[in-house]
Design a protein around this ligand. Structure first.
Ligand code: 5GP
Length: 204
């Protein structure tokens, strides 16, 4: 197996800024491929099938589940979400990085199956900031916002299962932190076994 591709798993409460940070990372590192998840939730305005998600009905999702076609899957806010396995492994095999923006349940499944992954948790600087961000998006009802805030609190207990935590107070700093993590991971000896072997050859 090619050892140079990173499987980068990013989680954090909605409103923490994961989407923005992940998009910035993909610009900075063109070899990061984005895994498109499958979901049974309805598309939001502007979302495109095959771009934001693969939108599917329950029957299709359950069929994929029975075929063991997901690297991980979870039920989030009453809908299924899952990462199709084939694309992820294909990209890693080619030495590309793959980024998954998934919830904690899914991230823990990936950790079981692929412990070499890089697990990053993004947190907002405070509950008040998170609440403000959720409200200013103007996409969610009060009930949904309350649900997201209480989920964010529960999820904090899982941070210690991740490798890195990024506090997204200032966006540029958070992006910089995330880029530093990726650069350091790329330099790890265990990810460069092939390069090292080739270098040794040159000294023969
Ligand atoms: P949204 O419906 O707002 O796009 O996403 C809701 C939550 O589902 C977010 O926390 C997002 O990270 C998570 N999510 C998106 N895709 C997947 C996936 O493939 N697997 C898992 N476990 N969670 C996902």
């Amino acid at each position: 197996m090619n050892d140079s591709g990173l499987l980068i798993v990013v989680s954090g409460p909605s409103g923490a800024g994961k989407g923005t940070i992940c998009a910035a990372l993909r610009k900075l590192f063109p070899n990061i491929q984005y895994s498109i998840s499958m979901t049974t939730r309805q598309p939001r305005p502007g979302e495109v099938d095959g771009v934001n998600y693969y939108f599917a009905d329950n029957a299709r999702f359950e069929q994929m589940l029975s075929e063991d076609a997901f690297l991980e899957h979870a039920k989030v806010y009453d809908h299924y979400y899952g990462t199709p396995k084939k694309y992820v492994y294909q990209m890693l095999e080619e030495g590309q990085h793959v980024m998954l923006e998934i919830d904690i349940q899914g991230a823990m499944q990936v950790k079981e199956r692929y412990p070499k992954g890089v697990f990053i948790y993004i947190v907002p600087p405070s509950r008040a900031v998170l609440e403000h961000r959720l409200r200013s998006r103007q996409t969610d009802t009060e009930e949904v916002i309350a649900g997201r805030l209480s989920k964010a609190r529960e999820e904090l207990d899982w941070i210690d299962r991740y490798d890195y935590v990024i506090v997204n107070d200032d966006l540029d700093t958070a992006i910089d932190d995330a880029a530093s993590i990726i650069k350091a991971e790329q330099c790890k000896v265990m990810r460069n076994v092939k390069n090292i072997a080739q270098t040794k050859e040159l000294y023969k």
